[in-house]
Design a protein around this ligand. Structure first.
Ligand code: ASP
Ligand code: MG
Length: 459
């Protein structure tokens, strides 16, 4: 069996949902289980409805309800016009939007948008999308069965970021989902939402549908978990910077995890973990290019993989250098420094030390003034804003001789600082001025993905 998870953009409009129906039809011989997100930005809108109402802005809140309702009614009309499958969907919508308005009025009255209420409200997005799409799939002749995943995924009580209880969830997967799949049905169910041990609706954190998919895949021993999104998998570089960027065919879990930090938002390491730990491949695919093969993520990068998988970056970095003679031969200096960073709520992404100085890169430090004051107590502080962190990722980096020479070969005219190889064995990172970033990323991409080995790369 296979898990097929479709994200918000994959079910955001009628044409995309028709594509989803084709993909599910094509996968039908592989006994799929379909996991869906809320359509488009419905989850954001639901959160807005709650926030506005709880601030007493009921009128605005209700107008967002109106917009959300008409978007769903339009989708339903476009997809199920003249079909008998439209009737149960419209009936469900009637009920759902009636109670949504009641919730908004309630929030306006109590002015308290607690995490528990937020979970209850946000759950609606996935219930709406699955009700609609299950009927669309049924209308296309597929033997679907709508399943309320809250009967299956059991979590702790941590509202808005609940953690599933693996054993109980696996037990229910075996009881509820497995028999359906084995009898030839195609379960259609919600990502993201769940229920706590005490029976309260919970959610697994924003973007949590991938996590649900991976969890169900692990519990059911699926042959593959497919994450359908709106890009061709994980890319060798950001295509907006590098026109020649392409999708990475196969990569290891750790590589994917490193890249997730650098804004490869396609995959969150936490979401991959349950599947990858069980040795279940996760494939990222593009609903807008259903014939593509996307990116396959495995527990380990394949042995014949290239040393570099991707060139990632992060803008908005600040480089801080602290020079202090007191650091010389003194014990506990770094401990005190890191304690100061912690107090200021700053987590350095990259650190380098010498005998009398330490430099680190911070991403958009929120309380920077507080931090600077703390740091001046230690010694001389230099701050350089407008920096970017460049990160070359690949599991074979560690065993590739001369990798540093290769990376910096084409960057001879670029000022680089805070070079780090070995913090994690699969990434080589350094800091450059933000203005230099496009040139740096393009040159690195050319060297590792476009130019034949050893060839000079200019400008
Ligand atoms: N609909 C939820 C969100 O937008 C979950 C998801 O899409 O994965 O965060
Ligand atoms: Mg979403």
């Amino acid at each position: 069996m296979r898990i097929l998870k479709f994200g918000g953009t994959s079910v955001g409009d009628a044409a995309s949902i028709r594509t989803v129906a084709q993909i599910v039809g094509r996968e039908a011989p592989h006994r799929p289980l379909v996991v869906l997100s809320a359509t488009g930005d419905s989850t954001d809108r639901l959160a807005e409805i709650g926030r506005l109402a709880a601030k007493g802005r009921l009128f605005e809140s209700l107008s967002v309800v109106e917009a959300l309702e008409s978007a769903h009614r339009r989708l339903c009309g476009a997809l199920l016009d003249g079909s008998p499958h439209r009737v149960p969907v419209e009936a469900f919508f009637d009920e759902a939007f009636f109670s949504l308005r009641a919730v908004a009025r309630g929030l306006d009255a109590v002015r308290d948008f607690s995490p528990a209420v937020q979970d209850r409200l946000l759950s609606l997005g996935e219930l709406l999308s699955t009700r609609l799409i299950a009927e669309v799939l049924a209308g296309a002749g597929l033997p679907v069965e709508w399943v309320d995943i809250r009967e299956v995924v059991v979590t702790d009580e941590a509202h808005t970021c609940a953690e599933p209880l693996a054993e109980e969830t696996a037990r229910r997967c075996g009881e509820i989902l497995r028999p359906l799949v084995e009898s030839g049905r195609i379960p259609v169910t919600q990502g993201f939402i769940a229920r706590s041990v005490s029976g309260a609706p919970t959610t697994l954190g924003r973007g949590g549908s991938d996590y649900t998919a991976s969890l169900l895949g692990a519990a059911l021993g699926a042959e593959e978990v497919q994450i359908w999104t709106d890009v061709d998998g994980v890319m060798t570089a950001d295509p907006s910077l590098v026109p020649g960027a392409r999708s990475i065919p196969v990569m290891g879990f750790e590589e994917a995890a490193e890249l997730a930090f650098f804004g490869a938002r396609v995959l969150h390491p936490r979401s991959l973990q349950p599947a990858v730990e069980r040795g279940i491949p996760v494939r990222v695919l593009n609903t807008r290019n259903p014939e593509g093969t996307g990116t396959l993520v495995l527990a380990e990068a394949p042995a014949n993989g290239a040393p570099v998988k991707s060139v990632a970056y992060k803008e908005g970095m600040t480089l801080v250098t602290l020079v202090s003679a007191r650091m010389f031969h003194s014990q506990g200096f770094l401990a005190r420094l890191f304690a100061a960073l912690e107090r200021a709520g700053a987590a350095p992404d990259l650190v380098a030390t010498s005998e009398v100085s330490v430099a680190f890169a911070l991403w958009e430090p929120a309380r920077f003034e507080a931090l600077a004051t703390e740091l001046r107590g230690f010694g001389r502080v230099e701050v350089r804003e407008g920096q970017a962190l460049v990160c070359v990722v690949g599991e074979r980096l560690k065993s590739t001789p001369g990798i540093a020479a290769q990376v910096f070969e084409d960057l001879r005219d670029v000022r680089t600082s805070l070079i780090s190889l070995g913090g994690s064995e699969i990434n080589l990172s350094f800091v450059v001025d933000e203005q230099q970033l496009p040139v740096v990323v393009r040159r690195l991409h050319r060297r590792f993905f476009e130019a034949p080995e050893g060839q000079e790369v200019a400008g």
